[in-house]
Ligand binder design. Structure first.
Ligand code: AMP
Length: 631
């Protein structure tokens, strides 16, 4: 049946009958109703499937904005992610297939991974890492990066992965905010066949940060690295000299597992805190029900350990569920634009989790490349991170899953704060290109106006959640007030997601984009304030304003307007220098696509920059109600 026909006959594109019948979740509406009617019972039943060294006395305690799950229970997520498989029938099952751009592959079983993690944990313990200590991980997407996260968690310490590619300023801010005692870093990463320098960034960030006691280096530089300093250790040597003698340290269900920094509307990144118990239960639940993973599936998540999708769906949930996951360091279109499909064919990948920006890029390359590969194993492609435009969604149905006859494309919306999918189109309901889907089990989502009143179906407003679920964040590290602000922003004690959305009579949500000054560049969340302060830290710049402009592949690109300091001249060299400066401070993902010099910026009377006006001018649109100019 042709795709146009599928769209004509029904309310959207259904999953093929065979896939839908075999789906782990058969009735989303009934499951959703059950989850909201009695969350204690619902999540209590899910949680029973995991190992706990001490049971909970109550499932949930909730007083806005604070929520706790599995009260009094003790566990360690790595006991569930590693030991219960390594000591059982899945001991020799593959945990990861790790690939490099040059085609090199390494596979590791659950038994071997537990051994590696336990050794590394022992090594870290010898460096003084213990329960509650913070460890920054600045590692490329490698087995060693994943093992670092697990080793830290095994000790009951708290990891904070900084995407290996963020710049000096961003890394420094995160080390300081977390108060990290140890850093585990790679000397280089690899992308597009070339080494990406990481060691230089760490070396530049560290001076003066006395809080850091040790650096563990994962070294891959050809010809050897620079000599190690007194407080530095080689990753491999540390593993080799340590015994696999660290059992998972039992911690409270509410004990922090990780801090992951994300951009807010101020220049200071927010340290989103997730905990062992709830994060494990909720992300694993959605791995089975939403991403539909079966025990013997091969899963490929194309994100990175530096982002929340990597935490939840490269590392923790697939391991907790004993799945085999493919990870690949480098660019998804290198060394050739068809490489992704060769990977699917070679490893018979069943489920892919990627980003809309990747689908748009594949669409740009054309349908011949996927047509050349055998994609018969592929039954589900889930995408999240930014709006999935209907054209890319339709193209993916047509060319990646055989006109919807073999598989399904599932949009899903979530945030670093939420740990796992909250809105989405599971296999049991039709996809409607342009819409994200329904609220998933546990999620009580509404579209409201700024007074907190629900808007009628068919209309738009701001997206809010009326209750927490186990894998929702607990606090902002060191700043609980900032967590409260999510719940205070809109009247009615709801969590304000910061997104603009609409809903329809069938309960499908459409998420349009951020309602605040946060950009989404290729699925990466970048605060305009972060880029502005990076620009202003350059000696030539007095003031800067940054906006997002539409980009056909990346979704949004960054455009900066700058006022120069007296005596400085606008030259192409200066523009190049400013771009370089932002990359140095924040990393390549925050690279402005254009920088223009202006004499003045539109401002409110109170001095706030009106980015909305700049955006409207840029796009040739009416800026709408400009009453804020009178503030
Ligand atoms: P992050 O915390 O970096 O994952 O970014 C979360 C933000 O990405 C959300 O607040 C949305 O603005 C956007 N986002 C994530 N998933 C989707 C989606 N499926 N559709 C539209 N926007 C999305």
């Amino acid at each position: 049946m042709a795709l146009e026909h599928l769209l004509e006959v029904g309310e959207g594109i259904p999953a093929p009958e065979k896939v839908r019948r075999a789906a782990n979740l058969q009735d989303i509406r009934a499951e959703h109703a059950r989850s909201l009617a009695d969350p204690h019972k619902f999540w209590g039943e899910v949680a029973k499937g995991f190992r706990w060294s001490q049971p909970w006395s109550r499932v949930l305690e909730w007083r806005v904005p604070d929520h706790q799950w599995f009260i009094g229970a003790k566990t360690n997520i790595t006991e569930n992610a590693l030991d219960r498989h390594a000591d059982g029938p899945r001991r020799n099952h593959l945990a990861f297939i790790c690939m490099d751009e040059d085609g090199t592959e390494r596979s590791i079983t659950y038994g071997e991974l537990r051994d590696l993690v336990s050794r590394l944990a022992s090594g870290l313990r010898s460096l003084g890492v213990g329960v509650g200590d913070r460890v920054i991980i600045y590692m490329p997407l490698t087995l060693e990066g994943i093992a670092s996260m697990l080793a830290v968690a095994r000790l009951g310490a708290i990891h904070s992965v900084v995407y290996a590619g963020l710049g000096v300023g961003a890394l420094k801010d995160r080390i300081l905010d977390a108060g990290a005692k140890v850093i585990i870093a790679g000397d280089i990463g690899f992308r597009r066949g070339k080494p990406v320098e990481l060691q230089g960034i760490v070396d530049e960030a560290l001076p003066g940060l006395d809080v850091v006691k040790h650096v563990v280096w994962f070294q891959r530089r050809k010809g050897g690295g620079r000599p190690l300093k007194k407080n530095e250790v080689d990753f491999r040597a540390l593993v080799e000299r340590s015994k696999p003698d660290v059992a998972p340290v039992q911690v409270d269900s509410e004990h922090p597992l990780f801090i992951l920094y994300t951009s807010g509307s101020t220049g200071k990144p927010k340290g989103v805190v997730h905990v062992h118990g709830g994060f494990m239960v909720g992300t694993a639940y959605h791995l089975r029900t939403f991403y539909d993973l079966k025990d013997d599936d091969i899963f490929w998540c194309t994100s990175d350990i530096g982002w929340v999708v990597g935490h939840s769906y490269i590392v923790y949930a697939p391991l907790v569920e004993g799945i085999t996951t493919v990870v690949r360091e480098g660019a998804i279109d290198f060394p050739d634009p068809g490489i992704a499909w060769k990977v699917v064919e070679k490893h018979k990948v069943n489920v892919i989790f990627t980003a809309p920006t990747a689908l748009r890029m594949f669409m740009k390359f054309g349908s011949e490349l996927p047509a050349k590969a055998d994609l018969s194993s592929l039954r589900l492609i889930a995408v999240a991170g930014e709006p999935l435009n209907p054209e890319a969604c339709r193209w993916a149905f047509e060319h990646l899953v055989d006109n919807g006859k073999r598989g399904f494309i599932a949009d899903n919306w979530w945030q670093t704060e939420l740990g796992g999918p909250a809105l989405g189109t599971p296999l049991c309901i039709p996809a409607r290109p342009g819409a994200v889907g329904l609220a998933l089990p546990g999620v009580d989502a509404v579209v409201v106006d700024t007074d907190g009143k629900e808007v009628p179906k068919g209309q738009g407003g701001v997206l809010a959640l009326r209750r927490p679920f186990p894998h929702m964040m607990r606090t902002v590290w060191g700043d609980h007030e900032r967590w409260r602000q999510y719940w205070d922003e809109i009247p009615g004690q709801v969590y304000a997601a910061g997104d603009v959305a609409s809903w329809d009579k069938d309960g499908y949500f459409t998420v349009l984009g951020r309602s605040d000054d946060v950009l989404n560049v290729a699925g990466h969340r970048i605060g305009t304030a972060d880029v502005e302060s990076a620009l202003v830290s350059h000696p030539a710049i007095a003031e800067a304003a940054v906006i997002g402009i539409p980009d056909p592949v990346k979704g949004e690109g960054i455009k900066a307007f700058c006022i120069l300091r007296a005596g400085r001249k606008a030259t192409p060299e200066l523009e190049a220098e400013l771009v370089k400066h932002v990359r140095h401070e924040l990393g390549p993902i925050a690279t402005p696509s254009s920088i223009v010099v202006v004499d003045k910026l539109p401002k409110t009377r109170s001095g706030k920059i009106v980015r909305r006006l700049l955006r409207a001018q840029e796009l040739g649109k009416d800026a709408g109600d400009l009453s804020t100019l009178e503030e």
